[in-house]
Design a binder for this molecule. Structure first.
Ligand SMILES: [Fe+2]
Length: 354
């Protein structure tokens, strides 16, 4: 039940108001005829009052000072001032200072008084509900932030473990294939740079890096005699070589943390015009991450030494990429970015490192 406090030094007024409110509204009413007594009574410490109506001119303390004191003790309270006509100015001034809800002039109109009290109590209830809801929302928010931090930490830790595992796997291939030494790391660095230029988000970039490092993992099942053959591969040997994307995807797919890279591993030799392998997929089936790895992989293969030939110059390598773009095999946007990276020195930095 809502609680109302009425303070006026005239007993006639407190008793009239009290009777009126109890008749018209189902509220509990407390009254006081002396501010000093009220403060000393401890009522304000014991009871949670929802609304207070105070007279202005009283002995010991005026209504505004009393209301401000009460508001300090009970900040949620709705304060109403009962004033004579001559005190109106002070009441208006205190509306803002004190957060006065309303002022009523004596003699008051009963209907107006009841309406003001009802509205004041309603306001107080709504504010309380809102506060409670805010507290609940803040608690939930804190809990969500805490859980998110925990997940984030677990996720980062998991990603670090996965990265280590992936590097170990790719080392397996590099140990077998003289050509791939540092190839995967360079492809990964070029891929990350291309990915950033293509505005991939942080998570996409992370998987792109993993995918690039692991893209040739299937070569663990390719015979070394084919991998390190100094001359050109026979058609039969090339067919065996072409198995490595499928073999790689088979290795990667069952590992949950690497599932997002399996498409990159499977399709890094696909061409946008459908002339690639293993599935002859076309542009609509080849995602941006796979296209990026393809361009980075081809560029590095052209630019660095192979078992059967020396690496090409930058101009020659880009020339071949350009003709692949014209033929509709690889993504022209990526080759364009690659040229910009050559111009800005980004590429030579990567090759300087590995
Ligand atoms: Fe490959």
């Amino acid at each position: 039940m809502s609680k109302i406090l009425i303070i006026d030094d005239e007993i006639m007024i407190t008793s009239t108001l009290s009777t009126l409110i109890q008749m018209m509204l189902d509220y509990e009413v407390f009254t006081s005829n002396d501010p000093k007594q009220l403060i000393e009574s401890g009522l304000l410490d014991e009871e949670k009052i929802d609304l207070v109506i105070s007279d202005f001119i009283m002995p010991y303390m005026n209504g505004l000072d009393l209301l401000s004191l009460i508001k300090k003790k009970q900040p949620h309270i709705v304060p109403i001032l009962l004033t004579g006509y001559s005190d109106k100015e002070s009441a208006i001034k205190s509306i803002n200072d004190l957060g006065l809800y309303y002022y009523l002039e004596k003699p008051w109109d009963n209907n107006e008084l009841i309406k003001v009290i009802e509205n004041g109590i309603e306001k107080s209830k709504l504010e309380n509900e809102l506060k409670q809801k805010l507290v609940i929302i803040e608690k939930k928010n804190n809990e969500i932030t805490r859980l998110y931090d925990l997940l984030r930490r677990d996720y980062d830790q998991e990603m670090d473990n996965v990265l280590e595992f992936v590097i170990t796997l790719s080392n397996l291939v590099e140990a077998k294939d003289a050509y791939t030494e540092n190839h995967t790391r360079r492809v990964a660095d070029i891929a990350i740079a291309l990915g950033k230029h293509m505005m991939l988000n942080k998570e996409q970039l992370k998987y792109l890096e993993l995918g690039a490092i692991i893209h040739d993992i299937g070569k663990v099942s390719t015979p070394e005699s084919i991998l390190n053959k100094p001359g050109k591969l026979t058609p039969e040997e090339f067919e065996i070589m072409k198995d490595h994307p499928v073999a790689g995807a088979r290795i990667v797919k069952p590992i949950t943390a690497l599932q997002k890279t399996s498409e990159m591993v499977l399709s890094h030799h696909e061409k946008l015009d459908g002339s690639g392998y293993p599935n002859g997929s076309t542009a609509d089936k080849i995602d941006i991450e796979t296209r990026i790895i393809a361009v980075a992989d081809i560029f590095d293969a052209l630019y660095t030494d192979r078992p059967y030939r020396k690496g090409m110059t930058l101009e020659q390598s880009i020339g071949i990429l350009d003709s692949d773009v014209i033929a509709g095999k690889i993504d022209g946007r990526l080759v364009h970015i690659l040229k910009e990276m050559i111009g800005s020195g980004e590429i030579s930095k990567i090759y300087h490192e590995y």
